[in-house]
Design a protein around this ligand. Sequence first.
Ligand code: ZN
Length: 116
Amino acid sequence: MYLVVGKMRSLKLKILGKSVDVNFVEPTRFDKGTYGEADTRGCKIWLSTEGTKESRAITLLHEIIHFICDDFMVELDESQIQPLAQALFIVMQENGIDLLKLLRGGQNGKRATKRI
Ligand SMILES: [Zn+2]
């Protein structure tokens, strides 16, 4: 079992040359049914600490797709982004690409959780 140390964790992610801050925040920051948010101009992503590791990874992919869409001027709505994020997650899992590893570590991959 892991215990999150501190109220908020964050990590840096490179997305198409941009250095993006990914912040893990309390679910109360979001409307019900929303688990993440992307500020593509401000290079920030907020992810809810709520949900399973898998659902958080899918939300992260969802927000990454927002950055890609913004950069490549592709217009996708939420109902199109969500299945893309889910499918990408599955393909990554099928090929041993562990996105969950990113979410396990804190800043620069350092462990921000304590094993209890
Ligand atoms: Zn979205």
